[in-house]
Design a protein around this ligand. Structure first.
Ligand SMILES: *Cc1c(COP(=O)(O)O)cnc(C)c1O
Length: 414
């Protein structure tokens, strides 16, 4: 059985967790603070706040920016539901846009067309860890006509004076856009450390802030941590100071802080990210490329680009040229029959009941439909062996040959 993306749990992780359990401090504390500082150094962000998920971090940021009823947030139709759910939780309206004609990321031109006087934020998603066209998005945000449409309602909105750029970079930790690390490009970048992501803390997430200089990042960090702990003026660690038991609740906050057990895992993962995790994922993707490039039906994903842009290698998104949605599903069934776990990233949101019920329709997103209907994500994880990549390639090519009735599909067609 070849699984899809199991976490790398080895002795180093077990030791770090055990040490934390035995340390007497298991909730938010010194390890979480160190993890935040190390992420800031790694990404070149101005400051980082960790939470129990990327979803929680994104929702807190939208609320910090004062997004609510009557506001619109532009996001791709092609994403995981978290991107839209945080907007809906705030009472605002997700305005979904289509992907590029030949890629999984959202199309800046479609974003420009979707901007209205209600737009308060754009939430691009770095699908598979491939950076979005950030230059294209910044050009829209800084466009005088777009800025003139912006109607600030809160202090933060007044201060920024434009639409907020908050990247859902759940897949993108470690990726680079034109020589800069993700985390230092958008105003806000949310990373996920969920169990299947490249860097995991079991569950967890971080928000990297990179707002203009007129914002006090330390102050925002304080606000976010208080928001993540019921609005309580002192966290558990501060209350351990001698005689410092008294606290206040400043507003009815949320409960989504990261624990030191999670951060302990994250610190091990971050320490070996550039030396072990990314090199191995890069190598595995290269092996897939070499195994699949000979097949005419294989539309291969891209990972690095001429302008010093590189993916985080989160997903290997293969597309099967000419396959219909039902043929793709049949191919997946055959691959599963050979005990290999694959996935589809993603079911575009308008295909799901929750969003269909809100009136979103797949017919408005033809590019997303095209990207989705023949996509298969192949197993990709640190401990995947080279021989297993060969097994996967063989299973995929056999399944494609059977389903598409290709003759000699195993032989190079080119
Ligand atoms: C995993 C994922 C999220 C959610 O991350 P959590 O840490 O589980 O909240 C959000 N967006 C995308 C695109 C994801 O894949």
């Amino acid at each position: 059985m070849i699984p899809f993306s199991p976490p790398r749990i080895d002795q180093a992780i077990i030791d770090a967790v055990t040490d934390t359990l035995l340390s007497g401090w298991i909730t938010t504390g010194p390890k979480t603070k160190k993890f935040e500082k190390d992420i800031t150094a790694y990404t070149d962000a101005k400051i980082t706040a960790c939470f129990n998920s990327a979803t929680a971090g994104m929702e807190l940021m939208l609320r910090w920016y004062g997004i609510g009823i009557g506001d619109e947030v532009i996001l791709p139709a092609y994403t995981y539901c978290a991107t839209a759910n945080v907007v809906l939780h705030c009472g605002a309206t997700p305005v979904m846009v289509d992907t590029l004609p030949d890629g999984f990321n959202l199309d800046p031109q479609k974003v420009r067309q979707a901007v209205s006087e209600r737009t308060k934020a754009i939430v691009p998603v770095d699908i598979a860890g491939t950076p979005c066209d950030y230059d294209g998005l910044w050009a829209i945000l800084n466009d005088a006509k777009v800025k003139a449409l912006f109607h600030p309602k809160t202090e933060a909105q007044q201060k920024l004076g434009r639409i907020l750029l908050m990247a859902d970079s759940a897949h993108g930790f470690g990726a680079r856009y034109k020589g800069k690390m993700l985390g230092s490009i958008a105003d806000v970048t949310a990373f996920s450390f969920h169990a299947v992501k490249n860097l995991t803390t079991a569950e967890g997430g971080a928000v990297c802030l990179n707002l203009p200089e007129n914002f006090d990042h330390d102050e925002i960090y304080k606000t976010l941590t208080i928001m993540s702990l019921h609005g309580q003026s002192k966290d558990a660690l501060a209350k351990t100071q001698k005689g410092a038991w008294r606290y206040d609740v400043l507003f009815p906050g949320y409960k989504c802080n990261m624990t030191d057990i999670q951060a302990a895992i994250g610190l091990v993962e971050l320490g070996r990210y550039n030396s072990e995790t990314t090199p191995r994922r890069r190598e595995l993707c290269a092996l897939y490329q070499r195994g699949l490039e000979k097949f005419d039906w294989a539309i291969l994903p891209e990972f690095s680009f001429d302008d010093d842009t590189e993916s985080s290698y989160h997903l290997y998104q293969l597309r099967i040229a000419g396959a219909t949605e039902s043929q793709r599903d049949a191919i997946i069934q055959k691959i599963a029959d050979s005990d290999i776990a694959v996935n589809v990233h993603f079911l575009p949101l308008p295909m799901l009941t929750a969003y269909r019920n809100l009136g979103y329709m797949m017919s408005d997103y033809p590019n997303a439909q095209k990207q989705y209907e023949n996509e298969i994500s192949l197993p990709l994880f640190y401990n995947l062996k080279d021989v297993e990549v060969v097994e996967v390639v063989n299973a995929v090519s056999n399944a494609v040959a059977e389903v598409l009735k290709l003759e000699h599909a195993q032989k190079p067609l080119r």
